[in-house]
Design a binder for this molecule. Structure first.
Ligand SMILES: Nc1ncnc2c1ncn2[C@@H]1O[C@H](COP(=O)(O)OP(=O)(O)OP(=O)(O)O)[C@@H](O)[C@H]1O
Ligand SMILES: [Mg+2]
Length: 315
């Protein structure tokens, strides 16, 4: 989708008045804008491809999933405020875009934070930062899982870090109404977080995907931020998919050969097992080990310390 904002006469289908401030970024599913309401409160507005409206089933899912997000409040989750249809102009036949208004997080996503840190300080992103951020983000994921909601798109780009260092998971449930389009090569940057069964299920509808696909994805993020991923995960899309589906043993060996502490190795390996039943059923198992990793060697590190470090990166 190639959306240029603010389009002339752009308006919400409701009577609310919002002012578009800036484009925050572009993802695989649409564009995200910073907007402000009349009271001066900021929101992030995620605008989706109008194709979501083509299929009634998909549109129903869009409304259902965003409705779930509207009723979730947690310090490590981005809250959704409402789903809206926005039009490019007042014309009745103007293109309508489905959109979600959510908390605006003044900070950076974890992928950007990590990149900025490594570029600026010319050293790897600290493992204790990664462990604390992920351990806290796990409590957000646990809340979703208790409600039986699959996040479906866990990756560093969907872990937003507020200016006070608080990680907040976003975009939960969105993968379900975006459907198979998430399998396009466009998404090559996010393929590496897909669990083997998510890939296989696209071809074979009998393969079920459940909450443990998220456990796999958070395991990949934990590995990426601590020991790094094997080179095959950065290859072209076909090879990444082949590696995930057919070379699980190589991935587990990569973890085993890493320099990580044995308890972290053990839990990451079990999260990444292609045999879904061998994975921990709860994210809490990974979370406990991540906390242990921090408190074992870096007692006293707080999210606020991480927030301060993030602020140092912005000139
Ligand atoms: N609630 C938010 N507050 C502030 N910035 C946000 C918010 N949501 C997204 N962003 C920023 O907007 C950019 C685009 O986000 P978007 O979710 O579209 O892309 P993505 O996460 O890379 O991919 P995906 O479409 O798979 O989620 C990201 O850089 C992200 O940091
Ligand atoms: Mg996102």
């Amino acid at each position: 989708m190639n959306l240029t904002f603010p389009p002339k006469g752009f308006q919400f289908s409701e009577n609310d008045t919002y002012t578009f401030m800036e484009e925050l970024g572009k993802g695989a599913h649409g564009n995200v804008f910073k907007i402000r309401n009349r009271a001066g409160r900021y929101y992030a507005c995620k605008v989706f491809d109008p194709k979501v409206l083509d299929d009634e089933g998909q549109y129903r899912k869009f409304l259902q999933e965003t409705q779930i997000g509207i009723n979730i409040y947690h310090e490590h989750l981005v809250s959704f405020h409402k789903s809206v249809l926005i039009r490019e102009s007042a014309d009745a036949d103007a293109t309508r875009y489905p959109a979600i208004l959510m908390d605006y997080i003044n900070g950076h996503d974890l992928a950007t934070f990590k990149k900025m840190y490594e570029f600026r300080f010319e050293k790897p992103f600290p493992r204790n930062f990664a462990a604390l951020i992920l351990a806290k983000a796990c409590s957000g994921l646990e809340v979703l899982h208790r409600l039986n909601i699959q996040h479906g798109d866990i990756k560093p780009g969907n872990i937003l870090i507020s200016e006070t260092g608080y990680p907040k998971l976003t975009d939960y449930g969105i993968a379900t109404f975006i459907g198979d389009t998430s399998m396009t090569a466009e998404l090559s940057g996010t393929l590496r977080y897909l669990a083997p069964e998510q890939i296989v299920s696209v071809k074979d509808g009998n393969v079920k995907v459940d909450l443990r696909a998220d456990i796999y994805a958070i395991g990949i993020v934990a590995l990426e931020l601590t020991a790094g991923l094997p080179g095959q995960m950065y290859s072209h899309p076909g090879q990444v998919l082949d590696f995930i589906v057919n070379h699980n043993e190589a991935l587990l060996n990569h973890v085993e050969k890493s320099e990580l502490a044995s308890d972290l190795k053990f839990v990451i390996r079990s999260c990444l097992d292609s045999r879904v039943k061998r994975r921990p059923s709860k994210v809490r198992e990974l979370q406990n080990v991540l906390f242990h990793t921090i408190y074992g060697s870096h007692k006293g590190l707080t999210l606020e310390d991480i927030g301060d470090e993030m602020k140092r990166l912005v000139p």
